[in-house]
Design a protein around this ligand. Structure first.
Ligand code: ASP
Length: 406
């Protein structure tokens, strides 16, 4: 009953994508985004995302508590250390790949761009200090963290509860069982939501493509090419090869197992909203053991963003090129690290990477107004970088499943 066969078939999802793209292009042509009927498209897309977001908090909490409560505590430490090191290395690798691509293609050299006014909210953005980041890991009020869906704080709180439950042994049996049941319950709801995937994908694509004016793309085509090219190399070469070598899962099997998660990421532009789908996909289709996926997927969806790191590196250098600023090798190394940090700090929600870009630009003294240059195409690039972010999380789970022992 609880089988992979219950997943919606790829034909339906592809049909949803096709309808979304064709209808989106048509809406864009006839300026349909201004029409009252477009509100219905926006509403249906929103409903789908809200349904996914509805299950994130119970799912993340119960997954992590049950993973931490069920594992031998020494094993938990090892799994945590390997998972975080793997995520950090691939994110750095992605940012490095972004730097290589942008240096090879020089998309900003000689670009004549109409500056777009950068929204005030972006200019006022102050990057959090390292101390703030550490402070924010610990929730002062867990209920408040749950209400705000502050994923990092939820992760800390859930891990602490899980370890405590683990140490309580027999005495904690009822609570443990309760957590397991809430988790199973959340998964049932996820399965229902998944049935709506073809519709969700269609409405969300219709909305994004319908709103994005195609005219905005022309002057930024080279920049888009650099980001998409880098993402393609990372998503179709680097990650699948790593999963193959380290996780012993061949690329065709890997992609066939996670395509629904990747397409959900593409249409929602949110790793957090996609989390329930990613978890089901790796468990049901790639046979990742539940205690591994329950641990690595929620943490991955929050901190592991390869696509975002790559995009931040390309965008920062593109902005420098347009402003005629030549960044030295040392400055590019700073971009490498700050792009990685900006990706880790970005929340798994649409356009989060645009906000954390401030960290990268400030680190090498580039004007924040530069963000205005890339704003027009950000929504589209967000779709693809989120897809790579989610692929990275799933790949991590497959690899952990193989190398992290029992
Ligand atoms: N939308 C991305 C995600 O959810 C984050 C970003 O803006 O790069 O993974």
């Amino acid at each position: 009953m609880d089988k992979a066969g219950e997943f919606v078939s790829i034909r339906w999802v592809l049909a949803g994508i096709l309808v979304g793209i064709v209808a989106g292009l048509w809406i864009n042509r006839v300026d349909g985004a201004e029409m009252p009927a477009f509100e219905v498209v926006v509403l249906c897309g929103d409903l789908f995302i809200r349904l996914l977001r509805m299950v994130i908090v119970p799912l993340v909490m119960t997954s992590l508590i049950s993973a931490a409560a069920g594992l031998d505590t020494r094993h938990l430490g090892r799994l945590g250390a390997i998972t975080l090191s793997y995520y950090l290395s691939t994110t750095l690798l992605a940012a490095g790949l972004g730097l290589v691509v942008v240096n090879l293609l020089d998309p900003g050299l000689g670009a004549v761009l109409q500056p777009v006014r950068t929204p005030e909210v972006l200019l006022q953005e102050r990057p959090p200090s390292f101390m703030d980041l550490i402070r924010n890991l610990v929730p002062a009020n867990p209920i408040d963290s749950l209400a705000r869906t502050d994923m990092l704080q939820i992760i800390t709180f859930s891990l602490i509860l899980g370890i405590a439950l683990n140490l309580m042994g027999e005495r904690g049996r009822t609570v443990r069982q309760f957590v397991e049941e809430v988790l199973a319950l959340s998964m049932v709801v996820v399965r229902w939501i998944l049935r709506l995937l073809p519709f969700g994908v269609a409405f969300l694509l219709m909305r994004t493509i319908g709103q994005a004016g195609a005219d905005a793309f022309v002057p930024l085509a080279k920049y888009m090419g650099a980001v998409l090219g880098g993402l393609a190399v990372h998503g179709f070469v680097v990650l699948p090869v790593l999963v193959w070598l380290l996780g012993k899962c061949p690329p065709w099997r890997f992609f066939a197992g996670i395509y629904q998660a990747m397409l959900t990421a593409l249409s929602t532009s949110s790793s957090a909203a996609t989390l329930p789908v990613t978890m089901r996909a790796v468990e049901d289709n790639l046979q990742v053991r539940p205690h591994i996926s329950r641990f690595s997927i929620p943490i991955g969806a929050t901190v592991n963003m390869d696509g975002t790191a790559l995009y931040e590196a390309v965008a920062a250098l593109f902005i420098a090129q347009v402003y005629g600023v030549e960044l030295t090798f040392a400055q590019q190394i700073i971009v490498l690290f700050t792009a990685t940090l900006a990706a880790i700090g970005a929340a798994g929600i649409p356009s989060a990477g645009l906000f954390t870009m401030v960290i990268v630009l400030q680190s090498v003294g580039l004007p924040l107004e530069g963000i205005g240059l890339i704003l027009a195409v950000d929504r589209i690039l967000d779709m693809f970088r989120t897809m790579v972010n989610v692929e990275g999380d799933a790949g991590g789970a497959v690899i952990m499943n193989r190398i992290a022992g029992r």
